[in-house]
Design a protein around this ligand. Structure first.
Ligand SMILES: Nc1ncnc2c1ncn2[C@@H]1O[C@H](COP(=O)(O)OP(=O)(O)OP(=O)(O)O)[C@@H](O)[C@H]1O
Ligand SMILES: O=C(O)c1ccc[n+]([C@@H]2O[C@H](COP(=O)([O-])O)[C@@H](O)[C@H]2O)c1
Length: 217
């Protein structure tokens, strides 16, 4: 069975930790097709600083030299909040039953999963792969702990389950966040080396996230 990996985010902007996580999970979990899925209207945060078009342009730059990673633009074409369950439903109908959907998230997103729109339905459509640092303490109480007790498998068992399971994957998780990058740029400091060189060149060229220029198009 083919595995289609989906790594969603606001990507405001995409940075090296996102890219490294996507690449590590693709390799570790033997994902055949790994796609970054930029959110148009992220459900649980305020409007992103850059427009969807600007964030997409940076994503395209980020993966231009990385054939292992692709971009799925479907959320950008929807004008409703970018609920993951809607994306998975659309994809499941499109790819058919021979493809196992693997939703990839960071450990910080796992703890918020029960607040997602129709979150239990995610498991009817996909497996969830959670990237955590080695030694990360998973929740021991509450809905996430219950969900793990019912659904947890090892990464090596993904092949036996098309959907409905959670695999915890050790990952390096670089200590970079988009908010730190935005904060540095707003203070006129450099964010070089936190993002790919191609992304950095575009940020500088267009003055993105910097105080003097208007970043909305
Ligand atoms: N440093 C990181 N290492 C691994 N995963 C990350 C890291 N930062 C974000 N993620 C994961 O990437 C996905 C998309 O994150 P997002 O686009 O919100 O980036 P962010 O850097 O967390 O942004 P912000 O700082 O604006 O909140 C989420 O699943 C999140 O868990
Ligand atoms: O479906 C939801 O209700 C939901 C709630 C919060 C976040 N998400 C998704 O989780 C991913 C990371 O979100 P964020 O806000 O951390 O960039 C992104 O793909 C969002 O669409 C999804």
């Amino acid at each position: 069975m083919t595995r289609l990996g989906l790594f969603g985010g606001t990507f405001d902007p995409i940075h090296n930790a996102h890219l490294r996580l996507a690449l590590e999970l693709k390799q570790l979990c033997q994902i055949d097709d790994m796609r970054l899925v930029p959110a148009h209207i992220p459900p649980h945060r305020s409007t992103p600083h850059c427009s969807p078009q600007q964030r997409l342009a940076l994503l395209r730059r980020a993966v231009e030299n990385c054939p292992q990673l692709g971009i799925d633009e479907r959320e950008l074409h929807r004008h409703t909040p970018s609920y993951t369950v809607d994306t998975l439903q659309e994809l499941a109908a499109e790819v058919g039953s021979e493809v196992s959907l693997c939703l990839c998230i960071g450990g910080d997103s796992l703890v918020n999963l029960p607040t997602w729109h129709r979150w239990q339905e995610v498991f009817e459509l996909a497996n969830v792969i959670v990237a955590v640092r080695p030694g990360y303490e998973l929740p021991s109480q509450g809905p996430v702990a219950q969900c793990l007790a019912q659904r947890r498998i090892d990464v090596a068992q993904l092949a036996q389950h098309e959907r409905g399971k959670i695999a915890i994957a050790d990952s390096s998780l670089l200590d970079i966040s988009a908010s730190y990058i935005r904060q540095e740029l707003a203070a006129r400091r450099s964010a070089q080396f936190l993002v790919p060189d191609s992304v950095w060149a575009a940020i500088v060229q267009d003055g993105l996230y910097m105080p003097t220029k208007n970043t909305k198009k």
